[in-house]
Ligand binder design. Structure first.
Ligand code: SF4
Length: 476
C-alpha cells in the first residue's frame, strides 16, 4: 500500500522565543517518523516521507497529492498541533478516501482531544507506533477495520470512538529495522544541532534504549511501568557504522533518556565501537546516579565529547519535589568527575518547580555557575499532557492548557510561590549571568579554531545582546 509519513510544518519561532530563535536554529531528523517508515518499508509498503521542519505544508501537499497514498501518518508534538490540524484539513480535501492517522507525544497523551478537535483524524497511535501502524496498514490493505489492534484509538464508520487499549512495549528492540534514513536524501546534509551543540556535521540521532527507570513529575512516558528497554551494544554499533559509512554522518547524538543505565553495556559499546574502526564524536544523555569516573574516562577514550545531565535545580527540596531521586552532593561529585575526564557538559536547569521561591531560583543560578558546564539551559517547567504535573499542577500553581503554548519557553505553569514575572526574570538573570562571564567567553574563543564553534559564537552574539538590551526577552 502507498503510505506517507510526515511532520507538519513548523519554524524555530514556534518553539523558541523570538529573541533567541536565530541562535537556537538547527535541524534534527525526526527519528520516530523514520522508525515508522522503516517498519512500513520492511512490511513491503511504498513510503513517502517528508519533514515540515524544512518544507511548508503546501510544498508537502504537492508531493503527497501526486503520490496519492491510502494511508497518511503525522507525527505531532504539542506546539505543532495547530499546524497539524491545518495539514489534516488539506489532506482530507486532497485525499478523501485515505486513512489519516496521528501519533507522537501530543496525540499519545491526548487521543480523545485530537479526535474531537480534528474530524479528519481516523486513527491515533497511542503506543509503539512501529507495530501499531504496521498492523493498521495491513488491516486496511485487507479491507478490514481496526478492531482488536492494540495501541490505537480510532473512529469507526458510524462515528463511534473506539479505544483498542494498551500495547505492550517492544522488548526486543534489536528486532526493529534501523530508521529509514535513506528516505532523507539531501536533507542529511542539513542535520545539525543548535550552535555549539556538536563538533562535526552532519549529526544524526540514534536511540539505544527506550524508557526510563525514573518518573520525574514533568516527564512523559507512555509505558505503564518505569522500566528501560535496551538495545544490544552490537546492534547500536551496527547502526552507528551504517550512519557513518552509508550516509556520511560525522557525529552521533544518542537520544536515550539514560545512556549509562547499564555499566557493562557502556563498556561493551565502547569496545565494539573502537573495534569497528569508526572514530567520530558522540554525545549522550545520562543521570548522575549511573556514571562513575572510570566509565567517563572509557567513554572519552572512545570519542564521547559531551554528556547531558538533567540537573534542574540546586536546591535539594526542589529536586525532591520533581522526583529526580538524586542529591545536590552527588551532582557536584559527578560534574567534577566529568570535568576531570575531559568531557564537556550540557546542563539543563528549570524554574517554576511547585513550591519554588524566587530566592531558591537565584540559588539554582549560583549552582549553575559553580558547576561551570560548557553549556547551560534555563527552562520553565512545563506541564505536558500525560505527566503527573499536567494532572496535578492545578493544585500547586496556575496552568496553561493551550497546546500551542506548551513549550519550555512559554511559562505554561507558574507555582503559587512565585509570580509569572519573577519566573521570566529568573530566566533572564540566569542566561545573562551564565553567558556573560569573561572566563566563559575566553573558553569559547579558545575553541574558535573549529568552524562549528566559530559559527556558534557568531550566532550567539545577537542572543547575548538581547539578554542585556531587551528587558522583556523572556516574556511569553
Ligand atoms: S526527566 Fe530524565 S530522569 Fe526524569 S523521568 Fe524523564 S528521562 Fe527519566
Amino acid at each position: 500500500m502507498r503510505c506517507a509519513v510526515l511532520v507538519p510544518e513548523w519554524r524555530t519561532e514556534d518553539v523558541f522565543l523570538a529573541a533567541f530563535a536565530r541562535s537556537m536554529g538547527s535541524y534534527q531528523e525526526p527519528s520516530g517518523v523514520l522508525y515508522i517508515a522503516s517498519s512500513l518499508l520492511a512490511a513491503g509498503h511504498s513510503v513517502l516521507y517528508d519533514d515540515g521542519a524544512l518544507r511548508s505544508n503546501a510544498q508537502m501537499m504537492r508531493k503527497v497529492a501526486s503520490f496519492n497514498p491510502r494511508f497518511v501518518g503525522l507525527s505531532v508534538v504539542a506546539p505543532l498541533w495547530p499546524s497539524a490540524k491545518r495539514l489534516l484539513a488539506d489532506l482530507r480535501r486532497a485525499l478523501p478516501h485515505a486513512t489519516l492517522a496521528v501519533g507522537g507525544p501530543w496525540p499519545m497523551a491526548a487521543a480523545p482531544q485530537c479526535l474531537e478537535e480534528a474530524p479528519e483524524v481516523d486513527v491515533v497511535f497511542t503506543c509503539e507506533g512501529e507495530l501499531a501502524s504496521k498492523d493498521a496498514v495491513a488491516a486496511l490493505e485487507d479491507g478490514e477495520d481496526l478492531t482488536g489492534i492494540p495501541g490505537l484509538v480510532w473512529r469507526a464508520t458510524d462515528g463511534t470512538i473506539v479505544d483498542n487499549g494498551y500495547r505492550e512495549p517492544i522488548h526486543d528492540l534489536d528486532a526493529l529495522p534501523f530508521p529509514a534514513r535513506e528516505l532523507m536524501g539531501r536533507d542529511i546534509q542539513r542535520c545539525t544541532l543548535p550552535p555549539g551543540g556538536y563538533q562535526a556535521a552532519p549529526v544524526t540521532h540514534v536511540i539505544g534504549s527506550r524508557g526510563c527507570t525514573n518518573r520525574c513529575i514533568y516527564c512523559f512516558h507512555y509505558e505503564q511501568e518505569a522500566t528501560i528497554r535496551l538495545r544490544s551494544p552490537e546492534n547500536i554499533v551496527a547502526e552507528v557504522v551504517e550512519c557513518v559509512e552509508r550516509f556520511g554522518f560525522r557525529e552521533v547524538r544518542f537520544l536515550d533518556d539514560n545512556f549509562t543505565v547499564d555499566r557493562d553495556r557502556v563498556f561493551r559499546f565502547c569496545d565494539l565501537l573502537d573495534q569497528s574502526g569508526v572514530r567520530i564524536p558522540w554525545y549522550v544523555s545520562s543521570r548522575v546516579d549511573t556514571v562513575d569516573a572510570e566509565m567517563l574516562r572509557r567513554m572519552k577514550a572512545s570519542g564521547c565529547w559531551a554528556v547531558l545531565y538533567g540537573i534542574e535545580s540546586g536546591v535539594q527540596k526542589n529536586l525532591d519535589t520533581i522526583g529526580k531521586n538524586v542529591t545536590v552532593d552527588r551532582v557536584r561529585q559527578v560534574v567534577a568527575d566529568t570535568h576531570a575526564a575531559g568531557i564537556e557538559m550540557f546542563l539543563p536547569f528549570m524554574f517554576g518547580i511547585p513550591g519554588e521561591t524566587f530566592e531558591e531560583g537565584l540559588e539554582t543560578i549560583d549552582f549553575a555557575l559553580e558547576l561551570d558546564p560548557y553549556y547551560a539551559n534555563f527552562n520553565a517547567i512545563t506541564p505536558f499532557p500525560g505527566t503527573w504535573l499536567w494532572e496535578n499542577g492545578g493544585r500547586m500553581g496556575t496552568m496553561v492548557r493551550d497546546p500551542h503554548r506548551l513549550t519550555f519557553q512559554g511559562v505554561a505553569f507558574t507555582p503559587h510561590t512565585m509570580s509569572k514575572q519573577e519566573l521570566e526574570r529568573l530566566r533572564q538573570i540566569a542566561f545573562r549571568r551564565f553567558y556573560s562571564r569573561p572566563s566563559y567567553a575566553l573558553r569559547w574563543l579558545r575553541g574558535a579554531g573549529n568552524r562549528h564553534v566559530a559559527r556558534a559564537i557568531l550566532r550567539g552574539l545577537p542572543s547575548l545582546a538581547a539578554l542585556w538590551l531587551d528587558r522583556g526577552a523572556f516574556k511569553a
